[in-house]
Write a protein that binds this ligand. Sequence first.
Ligand SMILES: [Zn+2]
Length: 103
Amino acid sequence: MKFYSEPNMHIFKTVKSGIRKKRLLIAMFDNNGELETEDKSLIEKLKIHFKSNESEIDPKTEPVEEHKKEVPQTIKCNKCDKTFGNKGLLMQHYKKSHPKKGK
Ligand SMILES: [Zn+2]
């Protein structure tokens, strides 16, 4: 089976040996960005990340959109009831509206 990727790309596998972790080179794409292997376990791994001559569906190379839920965070002033979108605004408000005594 043949896979396609960036030329000269090295594929590593992290192996635990005792406490240490080792990175083993398990495959390498050639100058043309091609890699041919019959190693089934390797094929299974490569299939997930790389295009092959047998793959019909494009592998998941496109960036996965992260749907970060943006929770509007408001910070409430503990000296009055005003709320602020961020800490900076709160600090400004503090300085303006609740200046420290004794200066
Ligand atoms: Zn306040």
